[in-house]
Design a protein around this ligand. Sequence first.
Ligand code: GLC
Ligand code: CA
Length: 551
Amino acid sequence: MRSDWWKEAVIYQIYPKSFYDSNDDGIGDLKGIIEKLPYLVDLGVDALWLSPVYLSPQIDNGYDIADYRKIDPIFGDNEDLYALIAAAHDKGLKIIMDFVANHTSDQHLWFQESRKSKDNFFSDFYIWQDAKPDGSPPNNWGSSFGGSAWTFDERRKQYYLHYYAKEQPDLNWENPFVREYIYDMMRFWKAKGVDGWRMDVITSISKDWQFPDNPRSNTTENQQNGPRMHEFIHELNQAVLAPFDMMSVGESPAAKAHDAYTLVDPKREELDMIFTFEHMHIDRKKGDVNGRWVLKKRDLVALKEILSNWQHELKDKGWNALYFENHDRARVISRWGNDTNHRYECATAFATVLHGLQGTPFIYQGEEIGMTNADFEITDYEDIELLGNYDYYVKQQQTISHEDFLQAAHKVSRDNARTPMQWTAEKNAGFTKGVPWFKLNPAYSKINVANDLKSDHSIYRYYQKLIALRHNETILKEGTYELLLPTDEQIFAYLRKDNQKQWRIVANLSENTIENPFAASDQKAQVILSNQKNQLVSDYLQPYEAYIVEA
Ligand code: GLC
Ligand code: CA
């Protein structure tokens, strides 16, 4: 029997490299996570998702795995992970690992063998194709990190496919041995106590072996929903997820609200949840030659519509994964809100909107204290996506200026979320006593856990309340959803309803003081939660005011 503990859970994502460094080598590690478990238990979360900690050359911060069963020495060793699992389980926390099986590192033994010849056991573990007669790549597909998705291997005299860096060759899921090896690896981790998987770009695993060109060169629209995707995911479900009762949440960049059920309808036996990207594009200029580096003002009406569509489409047909932040996203208050004079209100308002929805909320480390984007210089950044795209668009193609690219990076680059966790106001924010692997966000002297916990405006304490509500109030789990004021450009408001009661969730996601359209009824209602000092509903909504009332 499959359990569905995750429907009542709030899940906390840890980016281990930047969480807490226990041995002062400048890199966060597994022992560091063990040390901080009380912090997470106190917050009230139910499960931890760890970004990859496996053996890796760290070209893409661990999303390039050289050995799926071994912990990278920068994080500790396998025993440390087993100790973390045991300690977490002791405290009632589940452990979700990252599953990166669209590709491996080029240092993985399978690839090392595969590139040797066309006729060894591993030859077909990856996607090899001959060059065109003129020596150019088999087609015009692009890599997400800039340039072609094909790299020529001198030894094998063929091109191999990589949707990401050239050091991340894509696995060939057509090969049944590849799939069996992956399932076997999953069973290995199940036996070590792992409770579930976050599945990295799982919707990319099936490729179109006709290799048709994209409409434009070096773009990535071919990457999603290949012909055998559902078949492979269903097989994976039947081989491991179902029999071993492991929870799954898949990264699904192309899924839309109307077809999301094809991945998460329990009857189809594929995945439990998926991460949509749809709502993350409300500030992107679509189809620009500079990819995701050309922005427009956030469109709140679109955000409401998209999230509402997902609420309706998956009602009784699946389950939502709710998020605004992760290791690939910027800090939401810096991107879509105000991270200076309304930081507390803004952080808690976005949290209220997200945690009031039906689904499983995901919190990304630092979100619970309102961490902000880091406005670095280009030379300060580490991320291969950012640097690869900078090189491609600014230097090679010259379709965007340095200044414009940097401005976009300040808003949306992945590195905004990857600066070390800010624990205290001490040197390096108490993250390490050594030399940190990545520059800290200078805001740490003000924004840090210690300060937040001392403040009577504690974002962490607000999250505690939200999480407690999710645990204690079935209306949040089971209640229906109805969007209010769909075309309002400042207010995000909706109703949740079950047999017993009705809740209204209201957030002013603007910097303006505006009339409260619900004042008449909500002033008479019982306030469940509010980010205002007096905990009252008034005739006006203050900037980023948010509340929940029993209406
Ligand atoms: C996913 C990960 C991202 C990584 C990419 C390649 O999108 O979340 O961090 O770079 O896949 O593995
Ligand atoms: Ca360390």
